[in-house]
Design a protein around this ligand. Structure first.
Ligand SMILES: [Zn+2]
Ligand SMILES: [Zn+2]
Length: 547
């Protein structure tokens, strides 16, 4: 069985693993890379995913860092099945279209700039039409149901307790007459989380892909976190100020609605205006209400008691841009929940522009903030933030409340892992920043003595072949160095090793120059650049595969 790590390794975004057994190729997750141009450039070349040859995509959950490249793959020839739970499909319907809308807007903005500079027109990564088309490939599966997808491949989805519809995926494959089991943790939920159930426990497996978003951290308890939020809201009410909560449209927003509802139901705060300023969050909340069978017991009991856990006395949903703008005219104290969760796009940026500079405002960070995002810069204590071409001073209170996380912390991950009873389990630690994944890998080796690896992007491995087990077949492209003994081969203009040296040098020089130009603020016509680099990359890959 061959494996290629196409994303979500040594970073939290772009989750994708290519699996190949005999002539069958499939993916687990197909996420978009987010957090800075260098990473996002990877979204443009999906050739390594072999879209037209894939039979399936098993999708753990709807978050864009797991599902966001599906429309791109469909655009490039994918015509297999996307297998996921019903709630994941429903959420993808709104999330992929929303993502496509962002892609279209970005291309439009780039093109306006490019036109002024006399450059070429660029296409969006994918369009709303592409996203729509991709939905017809979705096929749903119930939790705990074993599905034989092909001869020698079975799959089962179990609740991962991360967001509505999220799953841990178990895959059984036939390998030289023996059955082997692969387990993908997906994003593992936090057992303190409201609405969704706790992650299912898995006992058996030969190889595990384990997420590590918070592999180096311990969350505060939910109780403490709710107390902190309560104090922030009380202070804001006293100062007639606003609380701004950047939140992922799916799950975080609903958790916060649920939590504020609890505070109001328990008489701890008076009813305050709560704006849900994100069309995506509004649609997602509707989907949550439709899928109450996925709720945990506590949330179901609120429902049974005749209260809607996702309603508040003064909740204001703002669909249109005009309604969104009107929020800033409301001088009453209140709470604004808006997306995107990492503040890199969306309406939240307008609210930050209005509130970051106000000393009385509170910004409450409740979700993971990837490196390179505006949210991360606020958490790291930036003095100013650039928004819409303007430097905004950061004077507001910035709070980080880890206990609202939809991810298990280090303790949660290790506890979940402790249920595996195979001492020969092999673990790939993924979905985490490099040093975090490495740290967790080390911890796992010490505590459980499992064989552990932190794969590189584009690394390929062979599984279940005794002599090749867990040995990387090829290191990441950046690490390729001319091999010993290659000198003898003559290439035009010198030896092959000289040629390799020149290639390496020119590539590095190009990257340095590109970085320098960008840091000087010079805008490069990115689409043309990207296309040319993509061509070079494709030619290199083709050459390599011919060897
Ligand atoms: Zn997720
Ligand atoms: Zn994720």
């Amino acid at each position: 069985m061959r494996v290629e790590f196409l994303g979500g390794v040594r970073t939290v975004t772009g989750s994708a693993t290519l699996l190949e057994n005999g002539s069958l190729k499939w993916l687990v997750d197909c996420g978009m890379f987010q957090g800075g141009k260098e990473l996002e450039e990877r979204n443009w070349n999906v050739r390594p995913y072999h879209p037209e040859e894939l039979s399936f995509i098993f999708l753990t959950h709807a978050h864009i860092d797991h599902s966001g490249l599906i429309p791109k793959l469909v655009k490039e020839g994918f015509h297999g099945k996307v297998i996921c739970t019903r709630a994941t499909r429903e959420l993808c319907e709104v999330m992929l279209k929303d993502s496509a809308h962002i892609q279209e807007m970005e291309a439009e903005w780039q093109n306006r700039k490019s036109k002024r500079a006399g450059g070429d027109e660029a296409d969006p990564l994918y369009t709303i039409k592409d996203a729509d088309k991709s939905l017809k490939y979705f096929q749903t599966i119930g939790y705990d149901e074993v599905l034989q997808v092909k001869d020698g491949v079975k799959v089962r989805f179990q609740d991962a307790g991360h967001i509505l519809g999220s799953a841990i995926i178990e895959i059984w494959i036939e390998e030289e007459g023996r059955e082997k089991k692969l387990v993908f943790s997906g994003d593992l939920g936090n057992s303190d989380q409201p609405i969704v159930r706790d992650p299912s426990l898995i006992n058996e497996g030969d190889v595990l892909w384990l997420e590590s978003t918070y592999g180096n951290r311990l969350h505060k308890s939910r109780e403490e976190t709710v107390q902190e939020l309560l104090e922030i809201i009380q202070e804001a009410l006293r100062d007639q100020a606003k609380v701004i909560i950047p939140a992922f449209a799916v799950e975080r927003t609903q958790d916060i609605i649920y939590t504020i509802g609890q505070l109001v139901r328990n008489g701890l705060i008076p009813s305050v205006p709560v704006y849900i300023d994100s069309p995506l969050a509004i649609s997602a909340t509707e989907i949550f209400k439709r899928n109450s069978d996925c709720f945990d017991e506590e949330t179901k009991s609120v429902l049974l008691g005749g209260e809607n856990p996702l309603e508040l006395p003064e909740i204001i949903y703002t669909q249109s841009t005009e309604e969104s703008k009107a929020i800033n005219e409301d001088t009453r104290p209140g709470i604004i929940i808006s997306a995107s969760g990492m503040c890199d796009s969306g309406r939240i940026q307008h609210h930050l522009k209005h509130h970051l500079w106000r000393e009385s405002s509170h910004i409450v960070i409740i979700g993971y903030q990837a490196e390179g995002t505006i949210g991360r810069r606020m958490v790291d204590g930036a003095k100013t933030i650039r928004l819409f071409g303007e430097e905004i001073a950061v004077k507001a209170h910035i709070h980080t409340l880890g206990g609202f996380s939809a991810h298990a912390d280090q303790k949660g991950l290790l506890e979940w892992l402790s249920h595996f009873d195979n001492p020969r389990l092999e673990v790939f630690v993924n979905h985490g920043e490099e040093k975090v994944s490495m740290g967790l890998g080390e911890r796992i080796r010490q505590q459980f003595h499992f064989k552990t690896a932190i794969p590189q992007w584009r690394e390929k491995r062979i599984l279940f072949s005794p002599e090749k087990e867990m040995i990387p077949e090829r290191v990441a492209p950046e690490q390729v160095t001319p091999e010993e003994g290659i000198e003898e081969i003559l290439a035009p203009g010198g030896t092959l090793s000289t040629l390799f040296r020149h290639l390496d040098r020119n590539y590095k020089r190009l990257r340095r120059k590109l970085k320098r130009e960008r840091s000087k603020g010079k805008e490069l016509s990115d689409s043309r650049w990207l296309r040319q680099l993509e061509e070079i990359n494709e030619r290199l890959e083709k050459l390599e595969s011919e060897l």
